[in-house]
Design a protein around this ligand. Structure first.
Ligand code: ADE
Length: 249
């Protein structure tokens, strides 16, 4: 089994790279694909950069050139569903591109010619990821992230959630957009900028896919977490800890 793992930001893969052994690096289209063993499993690890085009093109190269058996995207998201807090983790059961609109109201979000609005994540990958992230939070989170950062970000006892993840080429930090998304996307949990693009590529290649997101903000006017600090001091630990728990299980 070979796992493709994608993160959008350098800071998010930063802690995984030193744990990769027998590593071969291949440069393709301004991306570095790191092939090797991570916690005993064969992986290809790559930073996609931010947004739907960057992540879709990265997923395409990853699948076409490296043939992973599945693809997992890890990163941060803005929480939209009530009850989600900074530090909670969402594992998407469905992915939708919230900025896709061909102008036919009842077909909003539908990808033309595919006829699909919501791309399904792989159920068995998701079940294994839920267990892994829960174990990470219970056993290692509080020793990984210094108490001063947990306090700063208001992280106490994070919980793991499932739901729809909506992706678009927009950082959402506006109450009106937040409300619009919550009322238009079925079972919306959180928003980010890559997952549904990767899910569409995986669908077209018939490769199982999963998206794991730690909540960094509430995608509205009163998000008061410093996003860059959150990625650097917290999200990178969630990514490494979750992948370690998942791949070592
Ligand atoms: N990633 C993290 N927070 C986000 C937000 N509010 N909107 C889009 N992508 C995000």
């Amino acid at each position: 089994m070979k796992y493709g793992i994608i993160c959008a930001m350098e800071e998010e893969i930063r802690l995984l790279l030193p744990d990769l052994t027998d590593c071969t690096m291949t440069e393709i289209a301004h991306r570095t694909f790191h092939e090797g063993k991570l916690y005993g499993k064969d992986v290809v690890l790559v930073q996609s950069r931010i947004g739907k085009v960057a992540s879709a093109s990265t997923a395409t190269t990853l699948i076409d050139r490296f043939h992973p058996d599945c693809v997992i995207f890890c990163g941060t998201a803005g929480g939209v569903a009530p009850g989600l807090h900074v530090g909670d983790v969402v594992i998407g059961d469905r992915l939708v591109q919230h900025d896709f609109d061909c102008g036919v109201p009842e077909r909003i979000f539908e990808i033309p010619l595919l006829g699909i609005k919501y791309f399904e994540a792989d159920k068995s990958l998701n079940n294994a990821l839920i267990k892994a992230v829960e174990n990470y939070i219970k056993n290692d989170l509080h020793s990984d992230i210094p108490a001063c950062y947990l306090d700063e970000f208001g992280i106490k006892s994070p919980t793991v959630h499932t739901g729809t993840i909506a992706s678009g080429d927009q950082f959402i930090c506006d109450n009106q957009k937040h409300e619009w998304l919550y009322s238009h996307v079925e079972s919306l949990a959180c928003v980010e900028m890559e997952g549904a693009a990767v899910a569409q590529v995986c669908y077209e290649f018939d490769v199982p896919c999963a998206v794991v997101r730690v909540i960094s903000d509430s995608a509205n006017d009163d998000s008061n977490v410093d996003f860059d600090r959150f990625v650097k001091e917290a999200a990178c630990h969630f990514t490494r800890g979750s992948m370690k728990a998942f791949l070592s299980a």
